[in-house]
Design a protein around this ligand. Structure first.
Ligand SMILES: C[S@@+](CC[C@H](N)C(=O)[O-])C[C@H]1O[C@@H](n2cnc3c(N)ncnc32)[C@H](O)[C@@H]1O
Length: 355
């Protein structure tokens, strides 16, 4: 019995010693792995370019008197977003149930028109799409009747047939191809990418420097953010629908969400643009209200009950303090404000590069 005990007793420390070794090497490995993960995360963050998003109330479309005027208004938002290199436009509703991010398709006023949000999202997406892809990606729709009247966005990713660009937007085709997938990138011939992708998908193709178009040279589909991350090229805006102001913030597509959110209003703080300090950011969001302003959007949002503008926004700013007209319309405020924010944003971006 005593012997047995001794064996057991002596076994314990021995075994325990082994355990300690195993545990400490496990801990070391875990720490190493965590460090590698942290380094990788830092690299991703370094590579990931900062983004600027705008949120626009869908209700601005409600106040237009005809489909043509609604189309022109949507076109103005698209032009402003492109001129100021906005990465994301979020179209938000006021009354829809928060947390439901499907665009309401209910017909308005008993006629065949789609909802204001649906309409604005459609026109914004259509305009951002290179002309040569529109026919394939946008089936005929009543809402698109007047888009032909709009001035083009002329964005860098709207590459012309005879131009060479390191990246081209394309759509995958339904024709068989042994090497990979055929893609229409708006050149006189389709190109082949090495990946096998289902037909009808919008893709970003790295064209490289080999200008021999056709099927001889294999190209690659890359992430849509690659041109910006690798070359700093502006590639247009993404469009997202949010059912309420709070879902604009809570359903951000960016990891970690928006880190600085600015609201705009004639009731906001007056600060000279040259004195405005925007802290260095990864994902900035600037919000624009509808006829009732952002204060109304907060009041009507059940997720923001009891909140005031300063609880919701990091800053609430009046970007046009000496206005002669009693009201500045949202489409005007977007242009005025994005010009006002341009230098402060550039200063913030330069500061984060220095870090
Ligand atoms: C017709 S205005 C709404 C009027 C409202 N009283 C307000 O809060 O400004 C529509 C939107 O234009 C923008 N806006 C209007 N005047 C502005 C100003 N002076 N400075 C910044 N944004 C303004 C705001 O985003 C506002 O929600």
């Amino acid at each position: 019995m005593r012997e047995e005990l001794e064996v057991v007793m002596s076994g314990i420390p021995f075994h325990h010693h082994n355990n300690v070794d195993n545990q400490s090497s496990k801990k070391k490995n875990k720490r190493k792995r965590k460090k590698v993960e942290e380094e990788e995360e830092k690299e991703i963050v370094k590579k990931e370019k900062s983004t600027v998003s705008i949120a626009v109330a869908a209700s601005i479309i409600d106040n237009t008197q005809s489909l043509e005027l609604a189309t022109r208004l949507a076109g103005q938002v698209a032009r402003a977003a492109t001129i100021f290199c906005i990465d994301e436009v979020v179209v938000f509703d006021n009354q829809a149930t928060p947390d439901d991010d499907s665009i309401p398709t209910v017909m308005k006023n008993g006629n065949e028109d789609e909802s204001s949000a649906h309409f604005l999202v459609r026109i914004l997406r259509y305009l951002d799409t290179p002309q040569y892809l529109r026919r394939r990606l946008f089936p005929m729709h009543k809402s698109l009747r007047f888009v032909g009247l709009l001035p083009p966005l002329d964005a860098p990713h709207h590459v012309r047939k005879h131009e060479w660009s390191l990246y081209r937007e394309g759509v995958t085709l339904d024709e068989s191809c042994a090497e990979g997938t055929l893609v229409d990138v708006g050149l006189s011939k389709n190109v082949v990418v090495e990946q096998v992708i289902e037909p009808g998908k919008r893709v970003t193709v790295a064209m490289g420097t080999n200008r021999n178009i056709g099927t001889a040279c294999l190209r690659k589909v890359v992430s849509p953010s690659s041109p910006k991350e690798e070359m700093g090229m502006y590639r247009g805006y993404k469009v997202r629908y949010a059912s309420s102001l709070s879902t604009v913030f809570n359903s951000s597509p960016f990891k970690g969400g928006y880190d600085h959110i600015i609201g705009t209003s004639e009731h906001g703080h007056v600060i000279n643009s040259s004195e405005l300090v925007i802290p260095s950011f990864r994902h900035l969001l600037i919000a624009f209200g509808g006829l009732g302003g952002l204060e109304e959007s907060i009041e009507e949002d059940s997720n923001l009950k009891g909140k005031r503008v300063y609880d919701v926004f990091s800053a609430y700013l009046n970007t046009c303090p000496h206005q002669g007209s009693r009201t500045i319309r949202t489409e005007e405020a977007i242009l005025i404000s994005l010009q006002y924010f341009q230098d402060p944003i550039m200063r913030a971006e330069q500061q984060s590069k220095r870090k």
